[in-house]
Ligand binder design. Structure first.
Ligand SMILES: *[C@@H]1O[C@H](CO)[C@@H](O)[C@H](O)[C@H]1NC(C)=O
Ligand SMILES: *[C@@H]1O[C@H](CO)[C@@H](O)[C@H](O)[C@H]1NC(C)=O
Ligand SMILES: *[C@@H]1O[C@H](CO)[C@@H](O)[C@H](O)[C@H]1NC(C)=O
Ligand SMILES: *[C@@H]1O[C@H](CO)[C@@H](O)[C@H](O)[C@H]1NC(C)=O
Ligand SMILES: *[C@@H]1O[C@H](CO)[C@@H](O)[C@H](O)[C@H]1NC(C)=O
Ligand SMILES: *[C@@H]1O[C@H](CO)[C@@H](O)[C@H](O)[C@H]1NC(C)=O
Ligand SMILES: *[C@@H]1O[C@H](CO)[C@@H](O)[C@H](O)[C@H]1NC(C)=O
Ligand SMILES: *[C@@H]1O[C@H](CO)[C@@H](O)[C@H](O)[C@H]1NC(C)=O
Ligand SMILES: *[C@@H]1O[C@H](CO)[C@@H](O)[C@H](O)[C@H]1NC(C)=O
Length: 371
């Protein structure tokens, strides 16, 4: 850098009429730091150093300029509260016979938004499932807008990001719009928007951000009948409870209809097992968004319990009779093998003996014959 500067001086001596403007690379000024990121209202200071002989150096700035000062090699520009958006500070140095040399400092003055808020565009109150709505996020007084990212969150998930291309040093008011078509699963969902200033590695880490409040949405939707059987058998002479449940917002009213007449004004109806009560019942769930219905067929079932009990009793009697007959036949045949016919006792007596359980081997034999 020094060499090129000397060559430049030499050239100018050779051609006195030529006064080339010094390019940035030819300027023997160093700025530390070369770029600063500062919050509006915060302090900032930048050091300027000149490497060669000069007749004076100073700072040009819209706030706290430093007038030409000879005899120093470095000079600090300091602002306690930076309150100029377009501050544009430059360090200059004057040389004998050479034009002034200037070096700019890149200053990014930022301001985190004063407020970030969400609202509906042209709407208030609960939403209706399936319709489209616009959510607007308003970001006030933010700078610089080209570093702004507006992130939309639904719960913890980022659903959209808005960027703002352009160049602006002064604060602006901006907004971002999110289109939503809510459904029933979105009832109670929480949205928020976050304005984040991404100021690069020289800026504060993590990037400063301002969040809106949580924006809760309420979604109204037509009822959906969630549980109802399609056929309900009712035993004659008894009763059965018909149960219908439905889901909806606002909570639906649930009616049971039978032959066009309302029989119950809540989800439960006790239907009795008589011929005039069977047929199609309709469950209707209704709210402000609409209604849905489901049919239930109630059928009468005969009470077979007494009949079954009777059949069982008959079967038991029949089996007993058969056993008695087998026993008698068996008894007769064994007696005839071992004893005289004269000693034969009446069949009924031996039946009693067997029933008393004294002759335990006897029934086993009978079984082994028949199995
Ligand atoms: C400015 O920079 C020069 C050269 O690097 C250094 O000598 C001087 O101390 C610095 N001044 C301040 C205030 O940091
Ligand atoms: C700079 O800001 C501080 C606090 O932020 C304040 O006390 C002080 O008065 C301000 N100074 C000027 C010159 O505005
Ligand atoms: C919202 O309503 C305003 C006036 O009430 C109208 O000018 C604007 O176009 C509407 N915006 C939308 C997106 O419908
Ligand atoms: C931003 O909005 C606020 C409040 O409405 C207003 O006071 C301010 O002047 C606006 N700023 C700009 C740059 O439009
Ligand atoms: C409801 O909307 C979400 C997206 O918001 C979607 O993932 C989901 O499938 C929708 N559910 C129904 C039943 O439409
Ligand atoms: C949104 O929901 C959250 C959590 O359920 C609650 O803390 C907050 O007050 C609600 N906000 C509004 C505006 O209703
Ligand atoms: C209604 O409920 C039934 C049974 O639970 C379910 O299969 C169906 O998806 C629901 N419909 C809607 C729109 O949620
Ligand atoms: C449903 O309504 C009937 C009368 O119509 C009442 O006896 C019953 O307690 C109600 N059940 C519920 C769960 O509200
Ligand atoms: C019940 O309704 C179904 C159709 O929903 C119909 O086919 C059936 O005949 C009806 N039954 C009675 C007993 O009304």
């Amino acid at each position: 850098m020094m060499e090129s500067f000397q060559r430049c001086l030499f050239l100018m001596l050779l051609v006195p009429g030529l006064q080339p403007a010094l390019g940035a690379d030819d300027c023997p000024i160093e700025i530390d730091p070369p770029a600063v990121v500062v919050k509006y209202g915060d302090p900032v200071s930048v050091n300027c150093t000149v490497f060669t002989e000069h007749v004076g150096m100073g700072w040009v700035a819209k706030q706290n300029p430093v007038p030409n000062q000879p005899g120093v090699q470095s000079l600090l520009w300091t602002v306690e509260n930076l309150t100029v958006w377009d501050i544009n500070p430059q360090c200059f140095a004057n040389f004998k016979g050479v034009p002034q040399c200037l070096r700019k400092v890149s200053v990014t003055v930022y301001n985190t938004p004063d407020s970030v808020s969400i609202r509906f565009e042209n709407h208030t109150g609960p939403l209706v499932e399936g319709r489209q709505y616009r959510l607007v996020c308003e970001v006030q007084n933010v700078a610089p807008v080209q570093n702004l990212r507006v992130k939309w969150y639904k719960g913890i998930e980022v659903v959209d990001i808005t960027l703002y291309p352009g160049e602006s040093k002064t604060p602006v008011n901006v907004s971002s719009t999110l289109l939503i078509t809510p459904n029933r699963t979105d009832d109670g969902a929480q949205y928020k928007c976050v304005a984040e200033l991404q100021l690069g590695p020289g800026g504060p880490q993590p990037p400063p951000k301002v969040e809106s409040e949580l924006f809760n949405i309420t979604v109204h939707y037509k009822p959906n009948i969630t549980s109802v059987p399609s056929i309900v058998p009712v035993i004659r002479g008894y009763s059965e409870v018909l149960q219908c449940t439905a889901e909806g917002h606002p909570p639906p009213t649930i009616n049971w209809l039978f032959k066009g007449k309302r029989v119950a004004t809540n989800g439960t109806y006790s239907v009795s097992g008589t011929a005039d009560r069977v047929g199609n019942y309709t469950c209707i769930a209704r709210n402000s968004e609409g209604h849905s219905a489901r049919e239930v067929l109630v059928v009468l079932k005969e009470d077979y319990l007494p009949l079954i009990a009777g059949l069982v009793a008959v079967a038991v009697v029949v089996i007993l009779v058969i056993f008695t007959m087998i026993f008698c036949i068996y008894y007769k045949s064994t007696k005839m093998g071992h004893y005289n016919l004269k000693d034969r006792k009446p069949c009924t007596q031996n039946g009693n003996v067997a029933q008393n359980g004294r002759d335990s081997t006897f029934p086993m034999k009978v079984l082994s014959i028949w199995v």
